[in-house]
Design a protein around this ligand. Structure first.
Ligand code: SF4
Length: 344
């Protein structure tokens, strides 16, 4: 029988497997709980299993771990950036952020990214491969073990485009929210996408009401095209229509991410057009100062310009907040730490 990766299997798959090796079905639930509730990384940790069952499980497969390759801790707040080493030696990035009411992890969905957004460090070292469900889960479990506190919120906003790794992301969310496992609330999961429209419609039908964030960054098609190649495939109207549908089906409020770039997208004209395209929607706008990377020759809007833009949006009737930047002393933008590792 082929070597199984137990932490990549959902409860149904484990049940089928357990029965196929002549064991009772309840063992599958125990295996699932051990991996996803107790975070066991090895079959020998299952002391509730007989020695012979443990040996049998080891013969057929294993639990594949991920390792912490490097960790940076902020001296300004409790943010920690992790470089996580996968079983094949690839490196990804996860970021832990602590707030007064919750602990959040921002995880990667792919090794690299195909989307080519010009301002983003994650895409510069090119796309390598999708992450498997267990590699998504391991980011949460590995960091939780390291900090010794339960992670309550997950944001799929790290390296990669989650909707470009759709099936694995769906399986990950289903396993992580399973009540016999980690049992995270779907309301505490947020997926960020650059706007892969057909997948937004597909996700709306999954009965997985997670939060959705759209990386918008510019309300004009011709300008957005210059910084986000995905715009050539799906324009802003198509993206906004798909998010309206998503809201209708799931009831989850949509957020729009808007990175402010000096003299590029921070004028009153941009605020006005932003209002025009999302008028009447129940949504929120996150304003983000640009995190400068070497390959993108633009600057962040100044603090004053950001506040002015925010005030303009509010006067136009929109909800907007400026995202608080955590961990500023431990290498800024998402993907930069991995990039520094690859090109050093
Ligand atoms: S912003 Fe997101 S979608 Fe765009 S290149 Fe970076 S990781 Fe990929």
């Amino acid at each position: 029988m082929k070597n199984k990766n137990y932490n990549n299997m959902d409860l149904e798959e484990l049940s089928e497997f357990i029965e196929s090796i002549g064991e009772k079905k309840f063992r599958a639930k125990q295996l699932f709980q051990g991996i996803h509730k107790n975070k066991y990384y090895g079959i020998d940790e299952f002391t509730n299993f007989s020695l012979s069952l443990r040996e049998k499980l080891k013969k057929h497969g294993n639990i594949v771990p991920s390792k912490i390759y490097n960790k940076l801790e902020s001296k300004l707040d409790k943010t920690r950036k992790y470089l996580i080493e996968l079983n094949d030696g690839n490196i990804i990035e996860s970021v832990y952020m602590e707030y007064s009411t919750h602990n959040t992890i921002c995880i990667s969905s792919q090794v690299g990214c195909k989307m080519g957004c010009t301002f983003c460090a994650s895409t510069k070292q090119k796309f390598v491969r999708n992450l498997e469900p267990y590699e998504l889960l391991n980011q949460v479990y590995t960091v939780q073990k390291d900090i010794g506190k339960r992670i309550s919120n997950i944001v799929l906003m790290g390296i990669g485009e989650p909707l470009d790794n759709y099936d694995n992301i769906i399986k990950f969310i289903k396993i992580l929210s399973n009540k016999d496992g980690y049992n995270i609330s779907l309301r505490n999961i947020t997926l960020s996408t650059c706007g892969i429209v057909p997948k937004i419609y597909e996700l709306a039908e999954e009965n997985l009401p997670i939060n959705m964030t759209i990386s918008l960054h510019n309300p004009f098609d011709n300008e957005r095209k210059k910084i986000m190649p995905i715009e050539k495939k799906y324009n802003i109207k198509e993206i906004v229509d798909s998010t309206k549908y998503y809201f209708e089906k799931t009831g989850r409020r949509i957020s729009f991410e808007y990175t402010l770039i000096e003299g590029v997208n921070d004028s009153y004209k941009h605020a006005l057009e932003l209002r025009n395209i999302i008028r009447g929607m129940n949504c929120h706008i996150n304003l983000i100062p640009l995190n400068k990377i070497r390959e993108f020759n633009e600057n962040s809007s100044s603090k004053d310009a950001i506040n002015k833009f925010k005030n303009n949006l509010e006067k136009l009737g929109l909800n907007a907040t400026v995202r608080k930047s955590l961990g500023q002393d431990i290498s800024g933008a998402c993907g930069q730490l991995r990039a520094a590792h690859i090109i050093k």
